[in-house]
Design a protein around this ligand. Sequence first.
Ligand code: GDP
Length: 324
Amino acid sequence: MTNDFNHSYDLTGKRIWVAGHNGMVGAAVCRMLKDEGCEILTAARDALDLRDQVAVHAWMAAQKPDVVVLAAAKVGGILANSSYPADFLYDNLMIEANVIHGAHLAGVEKLLFLGSSCIYPKEAQNPISEEALLTGALEPTNEAYAIAKIAGIKLCQAYRAQHDCDFISAMPCNLYGPGDMFDEEKSHVIPALMMKAHEAKVSGAEFLEVWGSGKPRREFLYVDDLARGLVMLLKTYSADKPINIGAGEDSSIRELAEMICDVVGFTGTLKFDDSKPDGTYRKLMNSSRLFGAGWSPDVGLKGGLERTYQWFVQNEQHRNEAAA
Ligand code: GDP
């Protein structure tokens, strides 16, 4: 085990601001923190625009959080990322700069910033360790998002170096689970394919359209496993080096699509659309530092997809009932 985990920080009684509590990751962190005896602070999106520096700093000065989990971000799948680079760069830079500098001004004791495995170079050797950061060119389809996330890591490191702030960063692989954004065009691959497979089953369609060649490989982590790892990091990790948090194994998009069809009960065939981008070929991370500290995922891909589909169906019913 590395010394970076020697830190001991008790969350009991702390005021913890989960920025982005309505998102998939923020909501999972809130669920996980319920057992920690802390007070969870949240700010509704329409009440606090995280891109507004004055508003964010005023909110933090008034609320005085002890801890910040920065899970708020503009996120989207491969097509959204490559179609709206200005939004992904600007929104994420502003959110990070405002919240991280605001945490310094407000005397926050601990801040956890959420990055992404897309920060690593396109040609990084797999499994990708934390040392690969800034050693090569990025994958173009999500370069804007990756640059913003790298800036967030650098902000945490800079405030630690210059102001002795205990700000840490975690790099998750591709995430999925309840509370994900389900949208055919804008989502990441799991919610997009799950939604399309469900609709194909309901309408009796013959094909499920899968973007790209099906050959790229991705590492998928169930969001509750991530949240458990993040709470562990808050309590034990203090270092300027970002830390990877991934499942430790990957699957091809074809394998994933087949598994989703199985879970959803769609019996038609897959149709690959090679007019859509594949993105990077593979981005399996090396998460051995976190595994070595005692964390490992509980939920396998099949089980996680089943839970996610259950959530999707229940929420679709709610939506339909609300609309009726
Ligand atoms: P990425 O990890 O940043 O590339 O994010 P995505 O989750 O959006 O895409 C992962 C891979 O899944 C890419 O190779 C996509 O081309 C592929 N993919 C296949 N079908 C879909 C789909 O319907 N939506 C999305 N977003 N990706 C898909």
